[in-house]
Design a protein around this ligand. Structure first.
Ligand SMILES: *Cc1c(COP(=O)(O)O)cnc(C)c1O
Length: 416
């Protein structure tokens, strides 16, 4: 048996992740390896921490990536914070809320969920009311629900948690780098991001940040070493110490901090990639980058609606980086997606659970979020729908998007 040379197709990726990666990031990943304690490398680790603080809009001391996909960051945060028996409130408005619940349960939390219809978000007042009733130790929620294309306002919930001395933990995997996230201003105690979405870095790292409130909690749960611990310390840690080694933030922070205590071997090439991805983001500018995402989202929506298709979800709370489209009654959703991929090399996404087959999701994230991609997906989408017998307004979609792009006063916020 012989295996052929690696020969991946060139795709236009318009999903909510993983998305296309800037060639600069791919080049950075081919940079030679240096050792994990080489000053050249530890310097780079510190640079990444600095850049992450800017991205997160925080003064937190701790901002670093966990090695693994985004959910590894979520698991590290929850494993390190949740003490068995802690009450955690999880407001759920899509699939990733269920993921938070599931991980909380694994680490011994008493989980209380609250639900709202998919395609909407919570009125912050309702969440605050529930917090007052249930008095949880922790509130964990998703900022941007990739599964429904909705974005939850967090500021008031964060402020309420702070006033009541409750820890507030947020999954911002799908919004970070594409929509505004303000860790300090919104009183978020712990926040998790991802690389393969709006940062346009390959999947494999989960940048996160946390403040002193969480640092204190983690310090109280640090596993003491056998042999140097007193009996009292050993008794206490029997119930309290962090149950995961890989995801123990107290150990990770000793590795990312000045002590550089050995834990895992940092994923060298992924760190190069993240560093380059963050550098590109800061060169573009955070606010400029958010404006670019909103700009291309607008053109995409104009095209979809001009075709005669409807959007799923409440418009006022739409996530700018994911657009959900209702599948017309008579169409098999996956057949449309397959034809887009095989005939046009364009990938869009389906959704999960109750929404599978009911909506398509188009991502406009990071490096994938650019003019030629939006125009290509609209043109191809129209052609494929016509092939599937859907009566669309022929020729309108691309023209409507071009109208957005070619208004004399409007320029792409950034020309990539
Ligand atoms: C993509 C995503 C995740 C999971 O990310 P992985 O990298 O696949 O582990 C978690 N939460 C949200 C909101 C996401 O969009």
């Amino acid at each position: 048996m012989t295996y052929t040379d690696l020969n991946t197709p060139i795709r236009t990726i318009m999903t909510p992740g993983p998305v296309e990666v800037d060639p600069r990031v791919l080049r950075a990943m081919t940079t030679p390896i240096v050792g994990q304690f080489d000053p050249a490398f530890t310097h780079m680790m510190n640079e990444v921490m600095d850049m992450l603080r800017v991205l997160f809009k925080t003064k937190n001391k701790w901002a670093f990536p966990v090695d693994g996909t985004s959910r590894s960051g979520i698991e590290a945060m929850l494993a390190s914070v949740i003490r068995p028996g802690d009450n955690v409130l999880v407001p759920v408005y899509g699939r990733f809320g269920h993921l938070l619940m599931e991980i909380c349960e694994r680490y011994g939390a008493e989980v209380e969920a609250m639900d709202t219809e998919w395609g909407t978000v919570f009125d912050p007042a309702d969440v605050i009311q529930k917090i007052k009733e249930t008095k949880p130790d922790i509130v964990a929620m998703v900022h941007a629900e990739t599964s429904t294309g909705c974005m939850q306002p967090l500021r008031e919930i964060g402020q309420a948690c702070r006033e009541m001395d409750i820890l507030f933990i947020v999954d911002a995997v799908a919004s970070i780098g594409g929509a505004d996230v303000r860790v300090d201003e919104w009183c978020i105690d712990g926040l998790i991001a991802g690389t393969q979405k709006c940062l346009s870095v390959p999947s494999g790292m989960a940048p996160l940040t946390y403040n002193e409130r969480i640092e204190k909690r983690i310090a109280s749960r640090k596993k003491v070493e056998r042999g140097i611990a007193t009996d009292e310390e050993l008794r206490r840690q029997n119930t309290l110490f962090i149950r995961s080694n890989y995801f123990d933030l107290s150990m990770l922070q000793d590795y990312w901090g000045p002590r550089r205590l050995n834990h895992h071997t940092e994923a060298t090439s992924m760190l190069y990639a993240l560093r380059e991805g963050l550098r590109i983001l800061l060169e573009e500018g955070l606010e400029e980058r958010f404006a670019r995402h909103a700009f291309h989202e607008k053109a995409l929506i104009a095209g979809i609606e001009a075709m005669g298709l409807g959007l799923f979800g409440r418009r006022e709370v739409k996530l700018p980086t994911v657009t959900c489209i209702k599948v017309p009654e008579e169409v098999e959703a996956d057949s449309v997606r397959n034809m887009l991929l095989t005939e046009f090399g364009i990938e869009i996404a389906s959704s999960f659970g109750p929404l599978h087959g009911k909506i398509w999701r188009i991502g406009t994230m990071g490096y994938s979020c650019r003019r030629e991609n939006v125009l290509a997906v609209l043109g191809a989408f129209e052609a494929v729908l016509i092939r599937h017998g859907v009566r669309v307004h022929r020729g309108e979609a691309v023209q409507a998007a071009l109208d957005c792009y070619m208004k004399p006063a409007v320029k792409d916020p950034v020309n990539i």
